[in-house]
Structures are given as C-alpha cells and as structure tokens.
Design a protein around this ligand. Structure first.
Ligand SMILES: *[C@@H]1O[C@H](CO)[C@@H](O)[C@H](O)[C@H]1NC(C)=O
Ligand SMILES: *[C@@H]1O[C@H](CO)[C@@H](O)[C@H](O)[C@H]1NC(C)=O
Ligand SMILES: *[C@@H]1O[C@H](CO)[C@@H](O)[C@H](O)[C@H]1NC(C)=O
Ligand SMILES: *[C@@H]1O[C@H](CO)[C@@H](O)[C@H](O)[C@H]1NC(C)=O
Length: 326
C-alpha cells in the first residue's frame, strides 16, 4: 500500500513542472544510456513542463569506478561519455549514467539510467559495402563499421563476427537470397546472370551481442564489363597465350618441314642418301621404327667392293636427321 502512495506522489511531482511540490526542480525524463558502435551516450527529455533556460549536468560510472562528470551546464539533451579521450570506458564494462537539471542555483535530483553492458548492448552499425562485378560474378567487399572503442573484430574476436549477405536481382527483392555465417569480409557471389543488375545488403552479427546489426544501405551493380575493366586485359593475355600455344603446336607438327626449310636436303650429295648401311642411318631407323619403310640396298661398285664409307659425318649433325628419315 505505502509503495503505491509513494509512486503516486512521485508521479504527481513529475507531472507538476519544474517547480513542483516543495519548490524542488524536477528531473529530466526518459533518461536512457545507449550505445552505437561502442560509444556511450546518455539521452533524456526535459522535465515535464520545463521552463526555458534549463541546463544539464551528466555523469557516468562503471561497476568499478565512481561517477565521473562529463557534461556540465550543457543545454543539450544528450551527453557522449565516450567522446572524452581519457575516459575509462572499456568495451567489456558495465555502465550507468545519470543527469540532473539546473536552473540558476537550483538543481533537480539525479535521474539514473538503467545499467548497460557495452559489448552486449551496443548496436552494431551498418558496414560499408562495395561491389566489383565481372560477367557472372560480383565480389562483395565489406568494411567493418568504425568503433568508438576498439575495433569490431578486436572487441568480439574475429571468429565471433559473422556477416549476413543478402542479394537479389534489382526489382525482385522478394526473391532475395541470404548467406549467413560468413567469416570473411570478402565474398564472391557467383553463377549470376549476365547483363543483370544485382543489389546487395549486408549486416553483421556478433555472437556476444543478441541484436542483429543494422543493415547497410543496398548497393547495386551490373554483371557485365565496363570499358577498360580488368577482363579486357584478361582477354588480351588469353589471346597471346593461345597464339603462342598454337605456334608451338604447329612447330612440333611441322618440325620436319621447318628443318627442311632451314637445312635443305639438296645440299646433301645424292649418293649419301643411298648409303643404307651407315651407322648413323641405322641409329635413325631404330629410333623411329614404325615410320621406317626401306629396302636394303647395297651399292656394289664395278670392281666388286661394297661402298660403305661414313660420309654422313661431313654433312653436319643438324641435317643428318633428314637423311635418316627421307
Ligand atoms: C518519453 O518518451 C516517450 C516515448 O518515446 C514519449 O511519448 C514521452 O513524451 C517522453 N516523455 C517526455 C517527458 O518527453
Ligand atoms: C554550472 O552552473 C552553476 C550554476 O549556475 C555554477 O555554479 C557552476 O560554476 C557552473 N559550472 C561550470 C563548470 O560552468
Ligand atoms: C564507404 O566506402 C566509400 C567508397 O569506398 C567511401 O567513400 C566512404 O567514405 C566509406 N564510408 C565509411 C563510413 O567507411
Ligand atoms: C540474414 O539477413 C536476412 C535479411 O536481412 C534475414 O532475413 C535473415 O534472417 C538473416 N539471417 C541471420 C542468421 O541473421
């Protein structure tokens, strides 16, 4: 019962403007401590029916440190505690803020916020997303939001930060496809239709933070080539390689003709080609057994001696191949 009466009186005093019962200035309302990307900001509304000229003083404390004044006699309705370079705000801390209104020499009571855990309660802002397209892929490059304290991956641990990438064909948002649990800040959407515009939206989830991060504004990109983009260089490189490969194949296939051209067989005296028993000829024949068709021929001179000789040595090694094969 007495508790209810108490609440009633408190409500009355709040509703009665700044100079309520017993001349005490009433305090700010809707006092809340918020965090976005690991900052720490206290926000409030003026007291009900507040007169002009009010100023506010606000403070914060962590579980282990006493209240520390940050904004003094400010007319603004918020105070960014994390903007202080020397503030002892740790991303793993638990914080409370409070504010009071002042009018001249008069001060309201302090109004305290609820306590928040910075890492658990902060709102993870949208990442920055850029896209690089090829004919049928789009690479999504994600830049983490900038934190007031630490970095996203330092605060939560790199393996606890996951990206949720949603993409859809422009104008077909209802057919959006999401890929979740992605740890890499670069991701390739593949097997896309060519000459088609796709839109991408990314948000971040951190395991320690129950709230999903804010989604990035959708960015769209067309799968195709723009003038002077890297695939032109890729095509040129491909053509050069293809031409070189073709030249190599032709050189292998027509090596006989090429060497004939470079080393014409007519330079060789006719009789040397008909010396089948020469050791060089035998070696050549044995190295290409399936291609060889020949009839052993012996040239017998008028005086009955068989002409053997080894004149091939005179013809030079690069041309001896032709001798054997022709
Ligand atoms: C407190 O916030 C609520 C909702 O945001 C709003 O309706 C109300 O008017 C606010 N109170 C004051 C005193 O501004
Ligand atoms: C804030 O205002 C009060 C009352 O006007 C004054 O006494 C005090 O010196 C002021 N503090 C600062 C830091 O300006
Ligand atoms: C996001 O990326 C664009 C383009 O790279 C850049 O201009 C912009 O400054 C970035 N914004 C943030 C918040 O990093
Ligand atoms: C990923 O994002 C999409 C679109 O915002 C949402 O519908 C889906 O629930 C998200 N998935 C996870 C696991 O967060």
């Amino acid at each position: 019962m007495s508790a209810r009466v108490c609440v009633f009186i408190l409500t009355l005093s709040t509703l009665h403007g700044p100079r309520a019962v017993s001349g005490v200035l009433s305090g700010p309302t809707n006092v809340s401590l918020t965090s976005f990307n690991m900052n720490l900001v206290l926000r409030w509304d003026p007291p009900e029916g507040a007169a002009g000229g009010l100023v506010y003083t606000s403070e914060y404390k962590s579980r282990f440190t006493p209240y520390k004044k940050i904004c003094t006699n400010s007319s603004q309705l918020q105070c960014d505690f994390s903007s202080q370079p020397d503030s002892s705000i740790s991303v793993y801390g638990k914080f409370t803020g409070r504010v009071r209104a002042q009018l001249g020499a008069e001060s309201s009571d302090w109004v305290e916020s609820k306590e928040i855990f910075l890492d658990r309660d902060t709102v993870i802002g949208p990442p920055n997303v850029s896209l690089i397209s090829t004919e049928d892929t789009i690479e999504v490059i994600i830049t983490d939001p900038v934190f007031a304290r630490s970095t996203l991956k330092e605060a939560y641990g790199a393996s606890n930060v996951i990206y949720n990438i949603t993409h859809w064909k422009e104008g077909h948002e209802k057919e959006a496809v999401s890929r979740t649990n992605l740890l890499q800040s670069r991701f390739v959407l593949d097997k896309l239709e060519r000459w088609t515009s796709y839109c991408v939206q990314v948000h971040i989830n951190a395991l320690m933070n129950p709230k999903p991060g804010e989604p990035s504004t959708p960015v769209c990109e067309r799968t195709t080539s723009k003038p002077g983009v890297p695939w032109v260089a890729a095509v040129v490189t491909f053509l050069v390689i293809a031409v070189a490969a073709a030249a190599l194949v032709l050189a292998v296939v027509y090596r006989k003709r090429i060497s004939n051209f470079l080393c014409p067989k007519d330079l060789l005296p006719q009789r040397f080609k008909e010396a089948p028993k020469s050791s060089m000829y035998m070696a050549m024949r044995d190295s290409h057994p399936p291609e060889e068709h020949y009839d052993p021929v012996s040239i017998v001179a008028d005086d009955g001696t068989v002409e053997e000789g080894s004149p091939l040595q005179d013809t030079g090694t690069s041309c001896s191949l032709i001798v054997g094969e022709s």
